[in-house]
Design a protein around this ligand. Structure first.
Ligand SMILES: [Zn+2]
Length: 80
């Protein structure tokens, strides 16, 4: 839970920092974490495990959401 709050606080702080710097906000509302900061899952906003990001550097879903998506894809594939 602490990690989840950290993720939300980090995104908010980056947004405020940009506002204070007078720079326009980026087109995408999703904040790009700095190196070493936890990336958050696009579906549940949980931090994505660093070990997972080492294997899949472009991963945007946590392992739970990724597995759920793959199960659903397999179900849809089976109906063809
Ligand atoms: Zn997730």
């Amino acid at each position: 839970m602490t990690d989840l709050i950290d993720c939300a606080q980090q995104a908010e702080q980056e947004r405020l920092a940009r506002l204070l710097a007078g720079r326009p906000a980026p087109p995408a509302p999703r904040a790009k974490p700095a190196d070493g900061a936890p990336l958050c899952c696009e579906q549940c906003a949980d931090p994505i495990a660093p070990a997972r990001l080492r294997v899949h550097p472009g991963a945007r879903l946590c392992i739970e959401c990724q597995q759920r998506a793959e199960r659903q894809a397999a179900i849809f594939a089976g109906h063809r």
